[in-house]
Every structure is written in C-alpha cells, then in structure tokens.
Write a protein that binds this ligand. Sequence first.
Ligand SMILES: NC(=O)c1ccc[n+]([C@@H]2O[C@H](COP(=O)([O-])OP(=O)(O)OC[C@H]3O[C@@H](n4cnc5c(N)ncnc54)[C@H](OP(=O)(O)O)[C@@H]3O)[C@@H](O)[C@H]2O)c1
Length: 333
Amino acid sequence: MEYRHLGRSGLKISELAYGNWITHGSQVEEDAARACVAAALDEGITTFDTADAYAGTKAEEVLGRALHGVRRESLEIFTKVFWPTGAGQNDRGLSRKHIMESAHASLRRLQTDYVDLYQAHRYDHETPLEETMRAFDDLVRQGKVLYVGVSEWRAEEIAAALKIAEDMGFDRIVSNQPQYNMIWRVIESEVVPLCEKEGIGQVVFSPIGQGVLTGKYLPGAAPPAGSRATDESGGATFISRFMKDDLLTRVQELKPVADEAGLTLAQLAVAWTLQNPNVSAAIIGATRPEQVRDNAGAAGVRLDPALMRRIDDILGPEIVSDPVHTASPPSRP
Ligand SMILES: NC(=O)c1ccc[n+]([C@@H]2O[C@H](COP(=O)([O-])OP(=O)(O)OC[C@H]3O[C@@H](n4cnc5c(N)ncnc54)[C@H](OP(=O)(O)O)[C@@H]3O)[C@@H](O)[C@H]2O)c1
C-alpha cells in the first residue's frame, strides 16, 4: 500500500480506502462485511469511509464492530452527514441541530471518540453555509472531528466555503468526495483546478463504476448472480445508469490494455483514478474479500501516457465530462 496526504493537510491516508455503502448492513451479511474489513487491513488499507445514512444507520454500526479492537491511531475513519437518518424534518441536511445530533450518533455507532474526517455529504440549499461551517468548526474545536470535508460539491460551493472559513477563522475543508472513474470525469474541468490551487484532495468514490469497469457485466447477458446489478435492496437502481450495452462492449475492449499492463480490469480502473495527482485516495467497495485483494493490487501502479490515451480512445463517447452533473438536491431530501 502507498499513503498520500489528504489534500494539503498533515494527515496521511491509504491511497485505497474501503467504503461500505450498499454493502454493510444491507447487501452482505455481517460475516462477509467483517471478512472484507479484515482483508482491507491485511492489504495495508487504513482508511475507512462510511456515512450516517448508509443502510438506515446500520452501516456505521457494522463498521464499528468490524474495527473494534484495532489500534485507533492506526486507522483513519471517515463519515458524513446530510442524507436522512430518520423520518423527522430535522433528521437531514446541514443545520447546526442535525450536524450536532448526527455527529454524536455516528461516534456512538462507530464506537470511537472522534472521526478523522467529517464530510458534508451534499450541499444543503436550505441552510446558510455559515451555519454549517460554524457547526463543523465547533466539532473540530471539541476534538470530535479532526478534519472536515465535503462530497459532490460544485466548484463555486467549495470556493464559498473557503471564503467563509477565511473570513470567520473557521477550520477550512481539506477534501471533496466526488464520483470519479474512467467513465465519469465531471470533476476535471472545474472542481479539480480549484482544489489543486486550494490544497483540497479528492477522495473519489465508485472508482470501478460500482463493478461495471471490472468487465463482469457482459453486453446482452444477464448480470452474474450476487452482483450489485441483481441487488433489489437498492444496488440495482444505483448501477442502472452504467448498465448499457454500448458501454459494456467498450469495457470489454479494455481487457487487452489491462492484460498488457499486467493488471486485472478492476486494478486498471482503480489505478486510472490514482494517476490524477489531486486524488488523495480511491474508495473501493467490495462484497467479498477476494475483491478487496484484487483491487488492492492497484496501489502504487503507474500507467504511462500512451496507455492512458488508449483508454480514452476506447471509451470515447461513453466518457461523461460536463461539470453540470455535479449537483446537490435543490431542497432537502
Ligand atoms: N459520497 C457519496 O455520495 C458516495 C456515493 C457512492 C459511494 N461512496 C463511497 O465510495 C465507496 C465505494 O463506492 P462503490 O461501492 O460504488 O465503489 P466501486 O469500488 O466502484 O464498486 C464496488 C462494487 O463493485 C463490485 N466489485 C468490487 N471489486 C470487484 C472485483 N475486483 N471484481 C468484481 N466485482 C467487484 C462489488 O459489488 P458486487 O460484488 O455486488 O457486484 C463492490 O461492492 C462506498 O462504499 C462509499 O464509501 C460515496
């Protein structure tokens, strides 16, 4: 494993992080969840990402149990706040009330006194940004949160948060968590240039397009049993955007490129995200430990520019780059 700074901060994190969206507390049983966490630790992964709302709050509990007993100083635990954690009108968003209540609930579920990174899971158009930034800063001053970040914020939203932090003397955000992979490159034109200048690192999600970039989904064929595309508890809906024959055909054409590089397709996909110097880590998901081991093989891989160009040529029109696709809900969910 190799380790990178989280943005310009002093915190080092593993360049592959393990995340538990859709899986822990939902798609996979607790034994499989624990086996994946154990495999991640074996591979040198020290950074774990979850969120208050995953699996209706159960994902944090599963991760807390799986990491119980591991030396806390050897881990970087990331969680988030924004999406609903309950039915109440204040069980969502980025108000001071919900941030404070949700942060404390996350600490209890994760069985820890502090989280290393606390992330605003989306931009909340119903809360003044200053209120959110002050609540985050209070958590930092209380030692319950060591660093703060955001997820899927637009460049102008990140810039506004930086300005408030500077004007008010609040802790500034060190990271953004966007979707980023060979197909989905919407951060490259606006978010990345701003973040490079401001020392904000990208902790990217879905580096293998939820499994699509492993090549296991074949055009015109039913998805393999037990895969996310068959997960009726939610996974199938989330992955559906990528389950198109034209895209699946082009992914199959990447196979010889991966072979030549001595990589599996999953490793090629994860390594591709790590070539961007603004990326601090790629968060991989997994339903079984073999997947964690496969994906961990992307650590430290360097891809030469000619190979990167071949990937662009093969994926061609399937690549999505328009920054308009970075958006938070217009009102609270
Ligand atoms: N901030 C946000 O809004 C946001 C949104 C999404 C995700 N995230 C974070 O990013 C993490 C990763 O997201 P993701 O799960 O979409 O990432 P991903 O790594 O692109 O996809 C993971 C899924 O692909 C399949 N897979 C993984 N490795 C494989 C391999 N080697 N061979 C075959 N199949 C493999 C597994 O699903 P199956 O076995 O079921 O097919 C696995 O659960 C999440 O857990 C979460 O922490 C954040």
